[in-house]
Write a protein that binds this ligand. Sequence first.
Ligand SMILES: [Zn+2]
Ligand SMILES: [Zn+2]
Length: 265
Amino acid sequence: MDKNWKITVWGVRGSAPAPYQEFMEYGGNTSCVSVRRKNHMVVFDAGTGLITLGREWDTQTDMRLDILISHLHIDHVMGLFLFQPLFAADMEIHLYGGTGLEQKMRQLLSPPWWPLGVQDFKAKLYFHEIQAGDRFELGGFAVSTMAGNHPGGNILYRLESDGKRLVHALDCESDEGTFERITDFAHGSDLIIWDANFTAEDFKESWGHSTWEQGLKAGHEAGAGRVLMTHYSHGYTDNFLREQEREACKDALCIFAKERMEIIL
Ligand SMILES: [Zn+2]
Ligand SMILES: [Zn+2]
């Protein structure tokens, strides 16, 4: 039990929230997935799903919290504005991201974009700037990083511990070279969290995203256990996603993310 990793999906949308009735089965929040191992939570991206996580966070807990940011597009950071643990005096929160993270986040989390800024947070907030290719330790996880293929750049993350491996591969377009690099990076993963923004039919070149079809191919080439599809287009209704899921999940590797889904590794 102690060695279990609990993955929780808090947001499944790309680009913008989709708070509409016909989107609620899969969910309307933007990207956020957490991995809990023992008394440590690693969160991938701070989309609006992070707000839900924050509402349920017990600020009295001594759980360690690290947030790994893939890139600063607004759908991946807008949850920080309303992340309640930032206003809890006893909290310590570590934010990891690319070069310039601190300066850019201080700029974004400030008036006039929002009435409150970083100086109003009661929690201790630490910024850690990393570069794609860096490796570091994080509370018992070995973290590796890789440059993705996305406008403005981004960072893919790999967590390893307890003989398990998980890769977060949002947002990333899988052109040939990138696809090979990802399958190497994700080799032998128990879970790949995959950018399924598009279906193959809707795919738009150079927008910086992939398809579930590519996700399955990557999963097989990497010898992965499962592939979790997420970051769906904000225009895909439940009906549409249900059809896609039925098709895609004929392959046993496939999982279509839904908000509040939990996976134990
Ligand atoms: Zn995105
Ligand atoms: Zn993006």
